[in-house]
Structures are given as C-alpha cells and as structure tokens.
Design a protein around this ligand. Structure first.
Ligand code: ZN
Length: 497
C-alpha cells in the first residue's frame, strides 16, 4: 500500500497531514449529498466528481472504503435557515405533487446524471426521512447533556453553552464573539435564546406537509441533524473523512461537529475535505443571474450561455483539470479546451492498448528516455499523493502520452525502453485513465453518419457502373448484418432478417 505517502489537506487543522485511517485498511467516508428538489447542476457535478476521485484513489491504493452519501429529502429550509419553507415541500406545492414524489423524481435524475459522469455509486445512500427515529434519539441525548432547550415544541442547540467547554467555529475559523456581533438581534418573536442557536427539532405549522411524532411536537428535524444521525449510524461516532462543498462548511458542518461532540464527545471525522465552488465567466452561479446551467442543459447544449453541447466525459475531465480546492471557472472556451484534452488522452488510451513489446537486438536502450518516463510516472503518483492534485497529475500524463504517441508512430522503439519500463508506461497510463480519473471512451452514435457515407459511395459506384465496387460494399455491409435496399430513386439500408 502506498498509503504512507498520501497527504490530505484537513480543513479542520488548516494544513496537509499524512493520511492515517483509524483502522486500516478500512476507511469511512461521509459526503453530504444533494437536497433533491431540482435538477443537478455543475455544482453538484463538481462535488460528486471530487469525492468520486477521492474514493477511486483510496481504493486504488488498496483501502477498503465505505462511502456514505446521504440524500436530503426533508428539513432543508430555504436560505439554509431555521425558518421558512422546506425546499422540497415548496416544490411539491408548486407542482401539485407529494413531497416524496418530488424527492424521488430528483433523486432519480441526480443518479442518472452522476452515472453519465461515471461516478461510482456510494456504498450506502441513506435518506433523511428514513432516519427520523435516529434523529429524535440524538435530540434526546443533547437535551440530557444540557446543551439544548425546548421552546413551544421546538428544540434548539445552545451554542453559547457549548462554547463554554468546546470551541464553536473551529472548522470555519469563526469566533463566537465575532459571530455574535455580526448577527442580527433576535426580534421578540424568536424562540431562540441566542441568534447562533440552531434548530434540532421544529414544531410544524398546520400547513407543513412533512411531519412526524416526537416527544416535543408533531414536527420535523433540523437540517444539520440528519448527517450526524446517518454518519454515526453507518460509520461510527468518529470516522476518517467527511467531505462536501465549501458552502456547507458553515453553518452545516460546524453544527455537525457541535452535535457530534454533544452526543458522542468526539469530532465526527478526523479529516474534513471541502471542494471549492464553480464560477461561470467569473460570476457565482445563480438563478437570478441567468447563468444557472443544469447538467442536462450542458449535455444537450440548450442554454443561452452555451455555444455547443458538452459531453459528460468532457465535463468530468474539465472538473479534474483543476485541483479540487481551487475555484473552477466555467466558460465555453475552457470547456472546448477540455474537450480537446479529453479526446487527446482517450486517443492515447486507445493506442496504448494496441501497443505490444518487441525485442530487437539491433536497438540499444535509451537511458534518457527511460529516465524521462520513470520521472513522469513517479510525478503523476506523487501529484495524487499531494492532496489528490488531479490537475498536476494530468500534466504528467500528457508527458507520458507523448511517449505513447512516439511508440505508435515508430519514432520510439519499445526496445529502447526495455520491457519493464515499457510495461510500466502502458500500465500507469491505463490505471490513470480507467481507475483513477474514471474517464470512459465516448463512442458516440456515429453509425448513422457512417452508413450515410457508405450509401453515398454505393450510389456513386452504381451510377458509374463500377459493379466490382458495388458488390464489395454489399458484401462488407452483409458481414455486419446489414443489407442494402435498392429502390427506384433512392438507396437505403436495413437489418438483414
Ligand atoms: Zn450534511
């Protein structure tokens, strides 16, 4: 296992640390998944591809990863606040659907899009609504420990009391005193003792659609609670990696840390990883800015901001060309460059699979070439070991691609490299494309286009009375299970019956 070399940037300690799992070779990884009330967009794609990459590389190194990613189907209120409408229930009302219909519809479309991006499905994908009893138990535990209070059927986490013994804000680098002075005064209506307190359980208003019985009221859990309930249930009270988008760091993950400490006297995870955001032509993506692009729009090209359609693998490759902690700016130009880069690598991958080693006593080994290849291989892996730096690793892959292309054109002879280095070159390239970066060859639907060209050639040959060629084309198609249909004024093809 190459594990001892892997360094991960831990948001909690603000530094890169050598990765040491709690009980190797097992690794527990929890990633905050989507709130399913709308189509998946570039932001979803970046988080999913980032943690798919982490999962893939850890698996490549030999770890046995239990990867849990939740689906939020209740309790996520508008503006990520403690008051307001539930995002899913709001959509359900608008579309006159059951909230569970909305959740199912968008969970399905999320899975479809993530599959197109070739992300591996998590080991466990729990839903918030499937874990209400677990969440109620946690609220009881926090109340027992004196770190929460009940008001009119709702229960809130007491941040100031928690902050007396544990520091609230360690993850995002916020200090309670500063947060206090920056927050709005509570108006007389608020049930909270303090503006920083957050809901663990909310009493539902009569018109609220999704509600459950609890010791305090007919209500629903606070958004942050589900992740504590599901991560501890499936990964234990402390596990290795917690991931999510940077926008979840505060307050969501900060609250998870507080809840974890209140319930289990431990930080829920040892390593906290956050992927950075996507910008569109330098701007934040937002519905009000008219630059909100869903993945389906990206794949079809149907959006004002898009000059063309971009395939799922182009999008995946585009995301991997930046380090996950850097911002990634979307533009047509950047995606067109990504499309080229992706195709170059995939062409190289096709060639690499065709190359075979040949001995040749006439050819002497080229030490220089060997050194260059060995260095690029080592550099590609050390980039991944350096906090999953796919951007740098791809750069080194392009150096290897040059060698593969030279072998293909004959400028470089396999015997110049020797069997060991030749095989290492092919194996490394294949491992990166297939296992680590997860890039698939998109064959596309070229068949119709190719048949059109063949039928045109057939028609020309017929007109010119070149019967030898006419027969040859017929035979070639027949061997592919197709027949040519000659009609009065046109030619077409059909499957041979
Ligand atoms: Zn979460």
């Amino acid at each position: 296992m190459q594990s001892k070399k892997l360094k991960i940037y831990n948001t909690l300690s603000r530094k890169k640390e050598f990765f040491e799992p709690i009980s190797p070779p097992h690794v527990g990884m929890y990633v905050c998944g989507p709130t399913v009330y709308g189509d998946a967009h570039l932001g979803h794609a970046r988080a999913a591809v980032t943690f798919d990459g982490v999962y893939r590389y850890l698996s490549f190194l030999g770890y046995k990863v239990r990867y849990v990613r939740n689906i939020t189907d209740v309790g996520h209120l508008e503006a990520d606040a403690d008051d307001g409408e539930d995002k899913i229930a709001k959509k359900a009302k608008l579309e006159q659907l059951e909230p569970m219909e909305v959740a199912q519809q968008y969970a399905s479309s999320y899975h479809r899009d993530m599959e197109l991006l070739n992300t591996i499905r998590p080991s466990i994908e729990p839903r918030a609504t499937g874990h209400i009893p677990e969440q109620i138990k946690l609220v009881e535990k926090i109340l027992e420990g004196g770190l929460a209070y009940e008001v009119n059927g709702s229960v809130y986490f007491d941040v100031l009391k928690y902050n007396e013994t544990k520091k609230y804000g360690r993850l995002s680098g916020r200090v309670v005193e500063e947060l206090m002075s920056g927050s709005r005064e509570l108006d007389g209506q608020s049930e909270k003792r303090n503006p920083l307190d957050f809901a663990l359980w909310k009493k539902a208003s009569p018109e609220h659609l999704m509600k459950w019985d609890s010791p305090w009221s007919l209500g629903f859990p606070g958004w942050h609670l589900e992740c504590t309930a599901m991560s501890s249930k499936y990964l234990g009270n402390q596990f290795d990696i917690h991931g999510g988008g940077m926008d979840l760091m505060f307050p969501h993950h900060e609250c998870e840390i507080a809840q974890g400490n209140a319930c289990h006297q431990a930080d829920p995870a040892r390593y906290w990883l956050h992927n950075n955001m996507i910008t569109i032509n330098g701007q934040k993506m937002g519905k009000s800015l008219g630059n909100f692009i869903t993945l389906q729009q990206l794949f079809s090209g149907e959006h004002d901001k898009l000059e063309q359609a971009y395939s799922p693998m182009t999008v995946r490759y585009f995301i991997l060309t930046a380090h996950y902690r850097s911002t990634l700016d979307f533009s047509n130009q950047a995606l067109q460059a990504a499309q080229k880069g992706y195709k170059k690598l995939i062409n190289g991958h096709r060639i690499a699979k065709l190359l075979t080693y040949q001995e040749d006593p006439e050819v002497s080994p080229d030490e220089n070439q060997v050194k260059q290849i060995e260095k690029s291989i080592a550099d590609a892996f050390s980039s991944m070991d350096d906090d999953f730096n796919t951007a740098q690793a791809i750069g080194h892959l392009f150096n290897l691609l040059k060698k593969i292309n030279s072998l293909y054109t004959g400028q470089l002879h396999p015997a110049q490299l020797g069997k060991k280095v030749f095989e290492a070159l092919i194996k490394t390239f294949d491992s990166f494309i297939t296992d680590i970066l997860g890039l698939l060859e998109e064959k596309g639907d070229h068949q119709e286009d190719l048949l059109k060209v063949i039928l045109e050639l057939y028609g020309k040959a017929k007109t010119a009375r070149e019967y030898h060629q006419v027969d040859e084309i017929r035979r070639a198609l027949k061997s592919a299970g197709l027949i040519i249909k000659d009609m009065k004024d046109k030619v077409d093809w059909a499957y041979e019956e």
